[in-house]
Design a protein around this ligand. Structure first.
Ligand SMILES: Nc1ncnc2c1ncn2[C@@H]1O[C@H](COP(=O)(O)OP(=O)(O)OP(=O)(O)O)[C@@H](O)[C@H]1O
Ligand SMILES: [Mg+2]
Length: 362
């Protein structure tokens, strides 16, 4: 085992891309209660070798947290090896995980160690564990029982020490009920479970994350971008973010590259209402009242936007036109994140001709 390890490590180093630097802890965990709780629990298990199950929607930071756990554990002396189970078809996944011997199957011209071996003394992250088929689940279970396995086409058993982290955005208990996931495997991998909150469940962290991404992308693209205004940050805080941190990160990258702040907001705003519905329908609960409230709020927001544009963003005139008080209008503008494009603030202001709109025309 150890005899082959160093050459395998070298091979892996040659084939893996350099990683983006991890976010500093204060960005990674932010200030929200939900994430501070994740941090507290994650810190407790770092010193041990117990399997960890990370749950959370796509883009909530499961992989980032897995790396953090790896870096803060004794396994950091070894490699952090990840396998995206969903993207590799069943039989290939087995050879990817456990490796194969030369001649084990057509095309096996050389012997190849699996990811499990590469993760010896390190951490093995199995992404989207729910997507492993039932046959391979059995083999994985055997491996987890004693750390022993065989490469495909090899009689000999090998053993490794590795820290296992599994990630999923599916409800594994539901998968068990549906007969797609083995209950015994679930109990093996679920010694400690950490659930990552959706971005909209930790809104207070959005400004911090947005500023972090802005700095990162300015450096990466060697391009200075417009700073994120207070109003913009407020607006971003109030979006739904179905794609979570990944969506926010992409939005800021777009902002740096294209220089169009409105696009961060527009694309997310366009996706926010349907996402509530899709998520709710998928989970079997349709909050009709919420949908109605959102529909009314959206109509009102669009109406106010049109009135603002018709009045060249003069808020006093707009309030008069809408027959509401000036204060009420200011409140609604603020709440809806309605800002004119020319003031470089967030705006869902399609058709707001640059140069004609003014944000402080009272
Ligand atoms: N706390 C964080 N601080 C800074 N960046 C983060 C944080 N969490 C996630 N990211 C960034 O967001 C993106 C998505 O994160 P990650 O891949 O860890 O999510 P995930 O939950 O594994 O998503 P998926 O289920 O789709 O695989 C990455 O670019 C990552 O660098
Ligand atoms: Mg992931």
């Amino acid at each position: 085992m150890h005899r082959t390890m160093s050459s395998e490590k070298a091979r892996k180093n040659k084939t893996t891309k350099p990683l983006d630097p991890p976010p500093p802890d204060d960005v990674l965990f932010g200030r929200s209660v939900a994430m501070l709780e994740v941090r507290r629990r994650a810190a407790k298990i770092c010193g041990t070798n117990v399997p960890v199950l990370l749950e959370g929607d796509g883009g909530t930071g499961k992989e980032v947290l897995a790396r953090w756990i790896h870096e803060h554990s004794p396994a950091s002396n070894g490699q952090f090896v990840k396998v995206n189970c969903a993207s590799i078809p069943g039989t290939l996944l087995e050879s990817e995980l456990f490796g194969y011997e030369k001649g084990a199957f057509t095309g096996a011209h050389i012997s190849k160690p699996g990811r499990v071996e590469l993760a010896h003394n390190g951490t093995l992250l199995l992404n989207e564990i729910a997507d492993i088929d039932l046959d391979l689940q059995s083999k994985l279970l055997q491996f987890l029982q004693d750390g022993r396995f065989s490469r495909i086409g090899d009689q000999a058993e090998r053993g490794v020490e590795t820290r296992l982290i599994c990630a999923t955005n599916k409800d594994l208990e539901h998968e068990i009920e549906a007969g797609r996931f083995r209950a015994d495997l679930y109990y093996r991998i679920n010694v400690v479970r950490l659930r990552l909150p959706r971005l909209r469940e930790r809104r207070e962290d959005i400004p911090l994350l947005a500023e972090y991404f802005l700095a990162q992308f300015q450096e990466k693209f060697m391009k200075q971008a417009e700073p994120l205004s207070r109003e913009m940050l407020h607006y971003l805080r109030n979006l739904d973010w179905p794609g979570n941190i990944r969506e926010l990160s992409n939005g800021i990258a777009r902002h740096v590259l294209m220089g169009a702040e409105a696009r961060i907001a527009q694309e997310s705003a366009a996706s926010q209402v349907p996402s509530v519905r899709v998520n709710s329908v998928a989970s079997g609960t349709v909050p009709l009242k919420q949908i109605a409230r959102e529909a009314v709020r959206d109509r009102e927001r669009n109406f106010i936007l049109e009135a603002l544009q018709a009045n060249q963003w003069n808020r006093r005139k707009t309030a008069e036109a809408l027959k509401i008080s000036y204060r009420a209008l200011i409140y609604k503008i603020h709440n809806g994140g309605l800002i004119s494009r020319s003031s470089r603030l967030p705006a869902a202001s399609q058709g707001d001709a640059p140069g004609t709109a003014r944000s402080s025309a009272d």
